[in-house]
Design a binder for this molecule. Structure first.
Ligand code: ACO
Length: 332
């Protein structure tokens, strides 16, 4: 097979969030906390939560549909769907279900799990299929319903998370708008942030025991994760900028995983990027994991902030531990 080498352009975006909204005041009825504590420590004021009638697949498909509409594509045009998520409706994956919901019958679809780095890892993964010239149109969705896996009696974690979905369309393009990237993992720090399966022994037959259990709610060493993010994220952004032959002065927008306003501020400060260039919508949605970057991008594009040709430095970080940055220009 002969393939032409192509570039990548990000030509559409979309997002979807569940209707139910829980503000800090409401949360303080559930656990011993306050709007003051949450707002000061995290910047979060509100979060959207998926109900029993909601599904990750439906939210993701809605975000995907909107991204396709912006890019001017039909579902039948998509070659591949990548779903970045840690909270699929089905452990076998939810990407195929989304393919069916969208009617994207030509598209191969699969899940990619890298927690809050999932969108950036997915962006780079999807881009490889375009750069080799194998595919023309890819739909990348970041979606998570972490509320299903939060311990709602643990005030140290439950105040942080929210649910949502965001999507982008990536298309083969003469000009390569993915300018640079850097992806990293450190499994030695895996215990800092987990949503782990725990099984106890169940004897099936004499001498044959399986580990039967379930996934346990999110456990996080908050301060360790905070320190990791503030130290490692600026490093990967600088590395990705170096690969792109750019400097921080060339960055129009800093688009970080929306975990905590204090992390956003500290990373921007370390990079010497002024606060006007930092995209933030976590006050409204909390930490939506793999969805947070495309959700914030979608709002910034539709709100007229981000314009065609703007240089965006995006970075994700989270469980794994995993972290990564991608520098790209928005638009065709
Ligand atoms: N309300 C009121 N008090 C609280 C709450 C709460 N919701 N949670 C903790 N506290 C208390 C603690 O018990 C502690 O009390 P003590 O001093 O009497 O022991 C006090 O507040 C301070 O607790 P710390 O844990 O030291 O608070 P910290 O300033 O570190 O803030 C936070 C905690 C917000 C979690 C911070 O560590 C953080 O943002 N870490 C990064 C977490 C993150 O971003 N995770 C997600 C990234 S990865 C991913 O997205 C999956």
């Amino acid at each position: 097979m002969k393939h032409t080498v192509a570039g990548v352009a990000i030509t559409g975006c979309g997002s979807a969030t569940p209707g139910a909204c829980l503000d800090n005041q409401g949360l303080s009825q559930i656990v011993e906390t306050s709007d003051g504590w949450i707002a000061t420590r995290t910047g979060i004021k509100c979060r959207r939560l998926a109900g029993a009638e909601d599904s990750l697949s439906a939210l993701a498909a809605e975000a995907g549909q909107k991204a396709l509409a912006m890019a001017g594509l039909e579902p039948g045009d998509i070659d591949m769907i990548v779903l970045a998520t840690s909270t699929a409706d089905d452990l076998f994956g939810s990407a195929s279900k989304i393919q069916g919901l969208l009617g994207a019958s030509r598209a191969v679809a699969f899940d990619l799990t890298a927690a809050c780095s999932g969108f950036v890892f997915g962006l780079v993964t999807a881009s490889q299929f375009l750069r080799t010239g194998i595919y023309q149109n890819v739909l990348l969705i970041g979606a998570d319903i972490l509320s299903r896996w939060v311990d709602w009696s643990d005030r140290t974690t439950c105040v942080l998370f929210g649910d949502g979905a965001g999507a982008v369309v990536l298309q083969a393009s003469k000009r390569d708008r993915l300018l640079g990237f850097e992806l990293r993992s450190d499994g030695t720090q895996n215990a800092c942030l987990q949503l782990a399966y725990r099984g106890g022994p169940q004897e099936l037959a004499a001498g044959v025991k399986i580990g039967k259990g379930t996934y346990e709610p999110i456990q996080m060493m908050g301060q360790e994760v905070y320190k990791f993010a503030v130290r490692r994220v600026p490093e990967v952004i600088e590395k990705a900028l170096h690969r792109a032959e750019l400097t921080v002065d060339d960055v129009d927008w800093l688009l970080l995983h929306q975990a905590n306003q204090r992390i956003l501020d500290a990373v921007a400060q370390r990079l010497n990027i002024p606060s006007e260039k930092v995209i933030s919508n976590l006050a409204k949605y909390g930490n939506t994991s793999a969805a947070s970057i495309p959700l914030a991008l979608d709002e910034a594009v539709r709100g007229g902030k981000v314009e065609v040709g703007d240089v965006i430095a995006a970075a994700g970080f989270g469980a794994g531990l995993s972290w990564g940055a991608a520098i790209f220009e928005w638009g065709r």
